[in-house]
Design a protein around this ligand. Structure first.
Ligand code: HEC
Length: 145
């Protein structure tokens, strides 16, 4: 590989990283969508419709906790509208409350991950952590018509 080619490759990689960070709406939606996927897996196990699996249960809570770290910086002022967002403009009016709800969600998920040992403890912790989703969406996510 010539130096020139390596430089070109480096520029390409940097370009891709920057492009991703420039679309916070798409990123926060993708991150939330992953939460939705994990919530479905968790709900099946909680209802006994899928066999309990400790690793999967922990992955649900880990995904939630990671999502908070990813998403908290993805609500800059210039993303109130556009990009097909369902974020409610109230987020920017009461940003500190929104961020506090996010932080609590992350904390609850982290604690739940540490507490889950078996099916019974999963059910109890899962239903508690899930309250965060609706509790935030109710105020801060626009209903799809
Ligand atoms: C502190 C607030 C908050 C919490 C907690 C929260 N969400 Fe969200 N969620 C949002 C907001 C805001 C949006 C809209 C994002 C947008 O469209 O820009 C959203 C969008 C979504 C979406 C739609 C993603 C898409 O494809 O557009 C799903 C699915 C979702 N959340 C699942 C969850 C689940 C499951 C939980 C709990 C385990 C959760 N969320 C917890 C604020 C939150």
């Amino acid at each position: 590989m010539t130096t020139r080619m390596m430089l070109a490759a480096a520029v390409l990689v940097t370009g891709v990283t920057v492009a991703a960070a420039q679309d916070p709406i798409a990123e926060r939606k993708a991150t939330m969508k992953a939460n939705g996927d994990q919530a479905r897996i968790g709900a099946l196990m909680a209802r006994g419709e899928a066999p309990f699996d400790l690793a999967k249960a922990q992955a649900v809570f880990q995904t939630y906790a990671d999502s908070v770290a990813k998403v908290k910086g993805l609500f800059p002022d210039n993303t109130k509208t556009g990009g097909d967002t369902a974020a409610d403009p109230r987020i920017w009016e009461t940003m500190s409350d929104f961020q506090a709800k996010l932080a609590k969600f992350g904390q609850d998920a982290t604690e739940a991950k540490a507490k889950v040992k078996d099916e019974a403890s999963f059910k109890a912790n899962f239903s508690e952590v899930q309250k965060n989703c609706g509790g935030c969406h109710e105020t801060y996510r626009l209903k799809k018509s």
